[in-house]
Design a protein around this ligand. Sequence first.
Ligand code: FES
Length: 409
Amino acid sequence: MSEEKEKLDITIKSNTRDLFAFTKLVPNRKKRFERASSEPITGDPMNELVVRLHPIRQYLVIKEIKDETKSTKTFKLVPDPDLNTKKLAYFRAGQYLSLKVQVNGVLITRPYSISSTPSEALKGYYEITIRKEEHGFLTEFIWDNWKIGTKVESSGPEGYFFFEPLRDLKQIVGIAGGSGITPFRSIAKAIIDGTIDARLTLLYGSSEEDDIIYYHEFKEMERNNPTKIKIVYVLSCDFVALEECEKGFITKEIIEKYCDANSSTFFVCGPQIMYNFVEKELEKFNLPVKRIRREAFGEVKDILTHPEFPKEVAEKIFKIKINIGDLAKEIPAIATESVLVALERANLNPPSKCRSGECGFCRSLLIDGKIYINPVSDWRKSGDKRFNYFHPCASYPITDLEIIIPRAL
Ligand code: FES
């Protein structure tokens, strides 16, 4: 029998088998009904699994705090059984938690990447690594107030910045800037423990050596797993004592030196200024859109740096009429702050997680007025655009507004 005919024969046989299996579907189902217990089903395992994987909130408590650099700390968070969180939700390396923190009477949310691994969540802890920002409203509060034993409320794991084997190539090139390295710690450790089947080359840009986070940890990971992890430091300051690093910024030439762009999927996470630079370098490779994954969480730091933002309104304070359920209220809003910040200042807290226009949790309806929507954070569906829905976290008032917002979760 020729090889061709043999293949055809196998296909026909297996198709026939599938057909027979289908004809037995109904009788087999009847038999299962007959054998089934007459006791009513009390549990709902599918819903229980959904709630475990996607809890609306998790109550956590700080178990350990580790200094990573002068301005960066890693917080180890465990379930707070007093508030009924017994187990932590599993996640995909690269996802974030949206923390809910009360600061001077104002409830705010901030997304922070989980820097520990999914398997460590199963062991009962998450780690998040936070860098203190200059004049950072929340990080200054965290530095002054968070201690071992402090209770922290968070969302379930969120976000799309993770390796997906059906979509991504096994060679990952991570491009990180500053504290944008935190999801890559999770990804690197998940590669090493076998949760992710991929290799990681990480190009990590920092201003100076003192800013490098996890230096020794990544060096050790690289030393012990040379076929899986490679890290390249790229320092932009003038004086660099560190051996084995690149100087300047993450350019096309540096990318080409360490990886084959055409057989890699890129994951980019860092400050806006780094995106602006790296995006242009990556454009030179002409890669398909799906081969560049971006984590853009957090609000734009200074909307005035956006060329399209109407500068003439920069000094203005507008009025926003808010409709939420039966309540109607008017609040002030600074043109250079997002609508979400204005709502939070007024203690009206619509649901929010990513604060970068991506998750859709703060989705609201614009009834009247004009907003400026940051184009890099405009992830709205076309239907939403057509019917005036917008994401307050990525939108700025440029006239007085009237809006409808969702209730807090
Ligand atoms: S908080 Fe995610 S879209 Fe606004």
